[in-house]
Design a protein around this ligand. Structure first.
Ligand SMILES: Cc1cc2nc3c(=O)[nH]c(=O)nc-3n(C[C@H](O)[C@H](O)[C@H](O)COP(=O)(O)OP(=O)(O)OC[C@H]3O[C@@H](n4cnc5c(N)ncnc54)[C@H](O)[C@@H]3O)c2cc1C
Length: 410
């Protein structure tokens, strides 16, 4: 059986579902999303769901803003909760230079209409009483931040898209992809499918799909740990949810999860996963955690948030996530292959997936990007990188953690 659609999206994580819904709300519903297993079964199901408006690169702030908007719109349209907790975030400054850099971003946030202010150390202590403020110069406070239930948000997007007429096929791995006269043909277990446009939103699996088309994309997987503590007595006593802490000195992010603390760590010696190819049998799985690699970071987190060290550890998760050499996703057309689009390579796909879906859908429908954003344009990787260069760059970018590589006045 061959089906014809206007757009086929490969991958049912938060990014693929964002593209599907963003297309549908603008009237493109002759679409189908193909997911090899179940929705969210890649990196999305185990993500902490943090959404900040102050990410790694100032240039992509609008993607963060538009992500939360899209998830909230999908929640309204579908009735499926995204579980948003508006806790706000504090990005700590342990030097005057860091604080000045944060201040330099104030005009950007004013333009975007996003609440943002730089606060002193005393205010940090008031907002988050578990933080030891000694040695702090202050923090950037983004009160509109928070965290969502990443699976809930993905299902809200999927349901809202379906309600508008978009199609979703689960348990439908795409096994082949080739150019045909008027578009693309995809092989799936349920037969072939023709589409005028194809969007590859398959995270680190995108590399293997694109290789079939002669494209050598630097999309590999990196291991990423998160640690969840037992209940913390101080949080129970506080009776309110504390803001997320992003500490460039650790580097790590730490947020409240019920009465526990959940900490995502950026390791000094990051480890790549499955660089020779993703094992075909890899399902909805985690990798083996390695506490030794985390120790130096967790000690720094305990120095800043002593309560983190006084409770036991409940869970340690190690999940693979796609991490391009410069840490930015690839969103846009492949110029050499008409009708082929990328939405892959997201290290912070919950934070930026919705906005990227909106951005890509507007580009596909209008024929031009809604605004210039070369930092995510796939054209920057039109020439293949030697794998060893990709690996070195991935590690260098990852280990920087929250030290912003791009600050307007840095
Ligand atoms: C421990 C951990 C914590 C994280 N916490 C956060 C966080 O707090 N905030 C944040 O923004 N990000 C976080 N991330 C990153 C986040 O999980 C990813 O950026 C995001 O889930 C990527 O979404 P995606 O849709 O691109 O990929 P995925 O969720 O991996 O989806 C890709 C989908 O493609 C499907 N697929 C693959 N090949 C095929 C094929 N051939 N045919 C059909 N389907 C196919 C897969 O089955 C999968 O479902 C975290 C990651 C980890 C590991």
């Amino acid at each position: 059986m061959t089906t014809d659609v206007r757009v086929a999206i490969v991958g049912g994580g938060i990014v693929g579902c964002s593209v599907l819904y963003a297309l549908a709300r603008r009237g493109w519903t002759d679409t189908v999303l193909l997911e090899r297993l179940e929705l969210t079964s890649g990196s999305t199901w185990h993500a902490a769901g943090n959404i900040t408006h102050f990410g790694h690169y100032a240039e992509i702030t609008r993607l963060y803003v538009d992500s939360l908007k899209l998830y909230q719109e999908a929640e309204q349209a579908s009735g499926q909760s995204i579980g948003f907790h508006p806790t706000g975030s504090l990005r700590l400054a342990t030097s005057q230079a860091e604080l000045e850099a944060y201040k330099s971003l104030e005009p950007l946030y004013e333009t975007l209409g996003v609440p943002y202010r730089v606060v002193d150390a005393d205010e940090v202590g008031r907002l988050h009483p578990l933080v030891l403020t000694e040695g702090l110069f202050g923090a950037a406070h983004t009160p509109a931040d928070g965290h969502v239930d990443a699976s809930g948000a993905t299902h809200a997007l999927a349901k809202a898209a379906r309600n508008l007429g978009a199609g979703i096929r689960r348990q439908s791995p795409v096994t082949g992809i080739r150019r045909v006269a008027d578009g693309w043909e995809l092989d799936t277990d349920n037969g072939a499918l023709r589409a005028r446009h194809v969007v590859l939103a398959a995270s680190f699996w995108t590399r293997e799909l694109a290789l079939q088309l002669g494209l050598d994309l630097p999309l590999y997987a990196m291991e990423h740990h998160e640690v969840i503590t037992d209940d913390v007595a101080e949080l129970k006593a506080l009776g309110r949810e504390v803001p997320t802490i992003r500490d460039p000195a650790a580097p790590a992010n730490t947020r409240q999860e019920r009465y526990s603390l959940l900490c995502g760590v950026y390791e000094t010696e990051p480890v790549l996963w499955a660089t020779d190819g993703i094992p075909p049998e890899f399902g909805q799985e985690l990798l083996v955690p390695n506490m030794d690699r985390l120790e130096e970071h967790l000690l720094r987190v305990m120095d800043r948030i002593p309560a983190f060290g006084s409770s036991g550890i409940r869970t340690v998760n190690n999940g693979p996530m796609c991490f391009p050499p410069d840490g930015c996703p690839l969103v846009g057309p492949v110029r050499s292959h008409e009708g082929l689009w990328l939405a892959a390579g997201f290290p912070v796909g919950i934070g930026t997936g919705g906005g990227s879906g909106t951005y890509l859908a507007d580009w596909m429908i209008d024929g031009t990007p809604p605004y210039a954003l070369p930092i995510i344009d796939p054209a920057r990787y039109a020439d293949p990188l030697p794998a060893s260069d990709s690996f070195a760059a991935m590690k260098a970018t990852y280990r920087k953690g929250y030290v912003m590589p791009v600050l307007p006045s840095a």
